[in-house]
Design a binder for this molecule. Structure first.
Ligand code: ADP
Length: 286
């Protein structure tokens, strides 16, 4: 069964979990803040709860998400702390994650500007996201929902990638994940080959990273605002791209344009970008 491939020591009983208020609204239900007892002491956590209708279908999705997350061990990826299966008693299944107290990068940045949170600080955070994405691509995983809303902040200088609800692992030999049909997809973040052929590769993830960079340097603006999915694809096929965000340095915009090369082979890898960020951070921050 699904449960068997999850590490048994991840399962905790409800008495090890204290749940407090809501911190976010998720796809399946509310995300709550709380504390979870791990190795004898309570640590702050975020709890993704599964309740209400459609429990059986969503349960499998949530378990799949947990199974992926349990394989990760990286500073810039949200850690799974535990699973609490209270289906028998309270009818809920809970995914317990480490807490990122400052919430999503998108919400955080929409309350800031170039003065209050300058470019060099954005670069530090996006370098961390790039590092986390390099780790995922090395594990043949496509996140498929990389966007500023899914980057969470532990502190103002410490970002983590979250929300593995759409993530998939692909075979080394295939080099890509093929979706059978489009669902409720974050189209604005997707590369042309994902939109056209439902093909997801690490080179497509780089495209999404570029869109996320654009969001971040636009302090939380919506990409292609006012355009519909079909219009976006037409624009991209016509060779047009999102414009340079106001105040964003040409060097950073050049990275975005590299990420948005139409041919996936012409895009950089996350490791290529890490080197570029290193240079930026040395010369811009110091
Ligand atoms: P879904 O996949 O159902 O959309 P998310 O994983 O994106 O759910 O979580 C929804 C919201 O809950 C996020 O936007 C964020 O505000 C909050 N949240 C999720 N995980 C955490 C966490 N580990 N720490 C802090 N807040 C979180």
């Amino acid at each position: 069964s699904d449960k068997s491939s999850l590490a048994p020591d991840l399962y905790i009983t409800t008495d090890k979990l204290i749940i407090r208020g809501d911190i976010g609204k998720g796809h399946f239900g509310a995300v709550k803040v709380g504390e979870c007892k791990i190795m004898g002491s309570f640590v702050p956590c975020a709890v993704k709860n599964l309740t209400g209708s459609d429990i059986e279908t969503n349960k499998n999705d949530l378990l799949k998400e947990a199974k992926l997350m349990q394989q990760f061990d990286h500073p810039y990826i949200v850690r799974l702390l535990a699973i609490c299966d209270a289906m028998e008693s309270s009818g809920s299944l809970m995914l317990v994650m480490e807490l990122a107290p400052l919430g999503s990068l998108k919400d955080f940045l929409s309350q800031h500007n170039e003065k209050s949170f300058p470019e060099e600080r954005l670069l530090v955070l996006m370098n961390q996201v790039c590092d986390g994405m390099a780790y995922l691509s090395g594990k043949n995983i496509v996140h498929r929902d990389l966007a500023a809303r899914n980057i969470l902040l532990v502190t103002e200088n410490f970002a983590k990638i979250s929300d593995f609800g759409m993530s998939r692992i692909f075979l080394e030999s295939d080099n890509y994940y093929k979706a059978s049909q489009p669902g409720t997809w974050p189209l604005r973040w997707y590369a042309p080959e994902a939109l056209l052929y439902y093909k997801f590769t690490s080179k497509g993830e780089i495209w999404s990273f570029g869109v996320t960079l654009w969001e971040v340097f636009s302090y939380g603006s919506r990409p292609y605002s006012g355009l519909k999915g079909r219009e976006i694809l037409a624009m991209l096929e016509g060779g047009k791209r999102l414009e340079c965000p106001c105040g964003c340095s040409p060097g950073v915009y050049t990275i975005m344009l590299q990420c948005w090369a139409y041919d996936p082979e012409d895009r950089p890898t996350f490791n290529d970008l890490l080197l570029q960020f290193k240079v930026f951070i040395v010369f811009v921050v110091r």
